[in-house]
Write a protein that binds this ligand. Structure first.
Ligand SMILES: NC(=O)c1ccc[n+]([C@@H]2O[C@H](COP(=O)([O-])OP(=O)(O)OC[C@H]3O[C@@H](n4cnc5c(N)ncnc54)[C@H](OP(=O)(O)O)[C@@H]3O)[C@@H](O)[C@H]2O)c1
Length: 253
């Protein structure tokens, strides 16, 4: 069986990727820690769209989890034709005040596992037709972010890595895209302790709108859903770095 893998598919943007990819007719491999949530989603998607959905429970903040995941997929006889590296989380606070363990987990999940899964799945993606990788970065990727330093730095990695890979894989038939959403209504803000911040109070996009844009633009190197987010990124590019980083810090104070 051929399938698209979506990490972080038990909630938010990843759950919506699963819904819209199933509606496109793709079989799916869903990955996250909350197996029951994914199984309920899988039952609905199989019934509604007639696709096969395989759910795998995994903590992708564990080193070695990417290798284990690829082995499990292979032993289930599944070939991956699309990869949505979406699982990720943030944490608000000063680096020195936040837990070291949580910040190391963030780098492992947002950066290392994303890169490792990409590397391990590239050979089979190159053999599939219309193959794609969507790496979920953020508008946070475009500047430094005081009060969320590690999260912003992790997303800068995702953007830079994906943009370079977009060029490298063009000749191999794999479309690589960095999806850069701004504030989006999901479990992310409460998980990151930022529901009361200006960034989230100023309004959020729905996961539905974010994913519609991501899938419609999956052949583009960088996708920023929403006009407000595109304007903010553009303003950040033309402003001195001292302004953009201080503004980012204020938005999530
Ligand atoms: N929401 C926003 O404002 C926003 C903006 C820009 C970018 N993003 C990015 O969008 C992506 C999705 O976020 P979201 O907004 O949909 O957040 P969310 O609602 O909190 O969903 C996060 C997903 O990641 C999974 N996950 C978290 N830790 C994991 C782990 N250790 N192992 C495996 N899966 C894990 C969660 O599943 P389990 O808990 O079941 O494991 C969940 O399915 C993230 O990369 C985030 O950085 C979000």
């Amino acid at each position: 069986m051929q399938a698209v893998m979506v990490t972080g598919a038990s909630a938010g943007i990843g759950e919506e990727f699963a819904r819209q990819l199933a509606a496109e007719g793709h079989n799916l491999v869903l990955v996250a820690r909350r197996l029951e949530k994914m199984q309920a989603l899988a039952a609905t998607l199989s019934q509604t769209h007639g696709v096969q959905v395989h759910c795998l429970e995994a903590d992708l903040a564990d080193s070695g989890s990417a290798a284990q995941l690829v082995e499990r997929v292979q032993s289930a006889g599944i070939r991956i034709s699309g990869l949505v590296n979406n699982a990720g989380f943030g944490d608000r606070g000063h680096v020195g005040a936040l837990s070291l363990e949580r910040q190391l987990n963030m780098v492992q999940l947002n950066v290392t596992t994303l890169m490792e899964l990409t590397w391990r799945l590239l050979p089979q993606l190159r053999e599939a037709s219309e193959a794609f990788i969507i790496n979920v970065a953020s508008t946070a990727a475009f500047q430094a972010g005081p009060n969320m330093a590690v999260y912003y730095a992790s997303k800068a990695f995702v953007l830079s890595f994906s943009e370079a890979l977009h060029e490298e894989e063009k000749g191999n038939g794999v479309a690589v895209s960095a999806l850069c959403p701004g504030a989006t209504a999901s479990e992310f803000a409460s998980e990151a302790n930022m529901t009361h911040t200006l960034l989230f109070k100023a309004g959020t996009m729905t996961p539905q709108a974010v994913v519609r844009k991501a899938l419609a633009s999956r052949k583009r190197a960088i996708v920023i859903p929403g006009l407000k987010n595109r304007i903010l990124v553009w303003l950040g590019k033309i402003s001195p770095r001292i302004i953009t980083r201080r503004l980012a810090g204020l938005l999530q104070a």
